[in-house]
Design a binder for this molecule. Structure first.
Ligand code: ZN
Length: 338
């Protein structure tokens, strides 16, 4: 008697994406605390190896397996061993949405930099996201991507001395043909700031940004997701350059940025909760749009034309002191990603 109804319910489930279970910032906060407790975690260090161990163990406890993508990269200072961690949560379709964030911290020799917002918040966030998305039937496959080497090895952010992990990932995905299945990238970076101010990023894809800001407004969280915009260079640029719709959720308006003060005092579980609620809230609309888009593509290939990938994503850099000062006044300030 029950079986036909069950079958119908399962069919409906793939048609209308269900919201996942609630994002619990208490769990994300505990991950953040554990990561900060490891200490400075620059690429190539024993501490980042320990960080990977923590991430992999936490994922394993959820029944998820992290795959390692390891390589040696040339930085302006030395050759560095880097490792991206990737987790796949299969959905009804093979096409996937990638949630990414970096887990390395910037190398500072003059002071102890533990990167509570810059490095720990993104990794902690992805771990909690993994837990709730694992518990959900998703219409598209989900990939959680923990990126290494986002930070510049030299003090200043310039040239190719940054975003090592995302550039390597995209390069490999192009080579093995897996890039085509990536339908959207949602990047989080520096989302722990106690005083959360996320601005729309002009480098990001407009419809994805709109979907996320609409979810924020819907939940009365628009005092943290501001209508103002800025321009960010971050791990989303290699994906954008490869034609993947991408959005960067980042709060770079952070006084503790790249200082010893980026510690537990500067961040809050509440901020992680806000970003969790917004992203999880936006997910069904993003999935619906991607599914609609892919069906139109199947029916008539000429209806949907992909934007040509940007040939050159190098953007003029402003010195960070300038852009930080200008940030509150100007809407079109060019910012460095971080
Ligand atoms: Zn940084």
């Amino acid at each position: 008697m029950v079986a036909p109804f069950l079958a119908a319910a399962l069919t409906l489930q793939t048609a209308a994406p269900l919201p996942p279970p609630r994002f619990e910032s208490g769990r994300a906060w505990e991950h953040l605390r554990q990561l900060v407790a490891i200490g400075p975690r620059p690429s190539g260090s024993p501490a980042i190896e320990q960080t990977r161990k923590y991430i992999k163990e936490q994922l394993a406890a959820m029944g998820l397996t992290a795959l390692e993508q390891a390589w040696e990269d040339e930085t302006p200072i030395e050759k560095v061993h880097m490792v991206n961690l990737s987790v796949i949560i299969p959905g009804a379709r093979k096409e996937r949405i990638v949630f990414a964030g970096h887990y390395d911290t910037k190398l500072f020799r003059q002071f102890r930099f533990v990167g509570a917002s810059d490095g720990a918040s993104s990794a902690a966030f992805l771990l909690e996201l993994a837990r709730i998305l694992k518990a959900r039937k998703s219409p598209l496959t989900i990939e959680l991507l923990f990126l290494d080497g986002e930070e510049a090895r030299l003090p200043e952010w310039q040239g190719t001395d940054n975003t090592y992990g995302s550039r390597h990932y995209v390069e490999m995905a192009k080579r093995d043909g897996s890039l085509a299945a990536i339908k959207a990238l949602i990047l989080v970076d520096m989302i722990g700031d106690r005083d959360l101010d996320v601005r729309r990023d002009e480098n990001s894809t407009l419809w994805l940004t709109d979907a996320i800001w609409a979810a924020a407004k819907h939940q009365d969280l628009d005092d943290s997701f501001l209508a103002e915009s800025t321009r960010i260079e971050d791990d989303h640029l290699p994906f954008l350059a490869a034609g993947v719709p991408s959005v960067d959720i980042i709060d770079l308006d952070y006084d503790a940025w790249h200082t010893a003060k980026d510690n537990l005092d500067a961040v809050s579980a509440r901020s992680l909760q806000i970003v969790g609620d917004v992203i999880v809230g936006a997910l069904p609309a993003i999935e619906a749009r991607l599914i609609k888009h892919s069906q139109i593509t199947l029916v008539n290939k000429t209806t949907v034309r992909r934007k040509a990938p940007r040939k050159d994503y190098t953007i003029r850099l402003a010195h960070h002191r300038h852009h930080r000062r200008g940030l509150r006044r100007k809407a079109d300030v060019v910012m460095m990603g971080h």
